[in-house]
Design a protein around this ligand. Structure first.
Ligand code: CA
Length: 237
């Protein structure tokens, strides 16, 4: 697929199945991340941003439906559920909660691979088709992860870069404190609004943005932040 590596997160508590999936997926050139627990899986969704999640419905720390509902609060990453044959009700509940497809255990690897291809084709978010963002003197080169303001390169930390990307990817849309915290820090930190305040301050400083007369980042009091966008872009979303 465009020569881009596709990464898959396997959330499964049985070590043997995890190992089997890792070997099979890697043999098909996928990058594999693994989690034994749901909590860890949710963290990895935020930090590794996999293209797809393969989820066992019976986990030690939460049931699969819970996992899906929590993930769907902030992410549309496609999910394929691994269910046990007798678990019709659980399977339907998983689909209702937002899973994209399911495979019944025991499953054949070729069946699973076919499901993965279909789900990625239908639901995989296209990697940004534009190579740069350019507006009001703010320029972002996505491939180089390079940000400049009025032609001057600004050196951002990883989190500062992630924050500006989030805002730029949703032009004009208000992103709540929790949405940003989950995306940049992970679900466990979603209530640490002071982290975000500090980060926004740093980013504004580096971009030379004045919060009382914002050129790039607008504070939505008590709610979150949004990108200040030129009139021409408004309503075109
Ligand atoms: Ca299990």
């Amino acid at each position: 697929m465009n020569g881009l590596a596709i990464s898959i997160l396997v959330v499964e508590d049985e070590a043997q199945i995890r190992k089997f999936l890792r070997l099979s997926l890697e043999a098909n050139n996928y990058i594999v991340h693994e989690a034994r627990l749901g909590e860890v899986g949710l963290e990895l969704c935020a930090t590794e941003k996999p293209n797809l999640v393969i989820l066992d419905l019976g986990l030690p720390d939460m049931d699969g439906k819970q996992f899906i509902m929590r993930l769907r609060e902030w992410s549309g990453i496609p999910i394929i559920v691994l269910s046990v044959r007798a678990d019709e009700v659980q399977k339907v509940a998983a689909l209702d909660a937002g899973a994209n497809d399911y495979v019944t255990k025991p499953f054949g690897i070729s069946e699973l691979m076919a499901r993965i291809r279909v789900v990625i084709r239908d639901h995989g978010e296209p990697v940004s088709t534009q190579a740069t963002f350019d507006s009001k003197g703010l320029r972002i080169d996505y491939a180089a992860r390079e940000v400049s303001v009025d032609g001057h390169i600004v050196h951002l930390t990883k989190k500062e870069y992630e924050l500006i990307r989030l805002l730029v990817d949703a032009p004009g849309q208000v992103l709540t404190h929790q949405q940003i915290l989950r995306q940049v820090w992970g679900p466990a930190q979603q209530n640490e609004t002071h982290y975000l305040r500090v980060l926004v301050g740093q980013l504004r400083n580096k971009l030379g943005d004045d919060p009382s007369n914002p050129r790039f980042i607008i504070t939505v009091q008590g709610v979150g932040y949004r990108l200040a966008i030129p009139i021409a872009l408004q309503g075109s979303q």
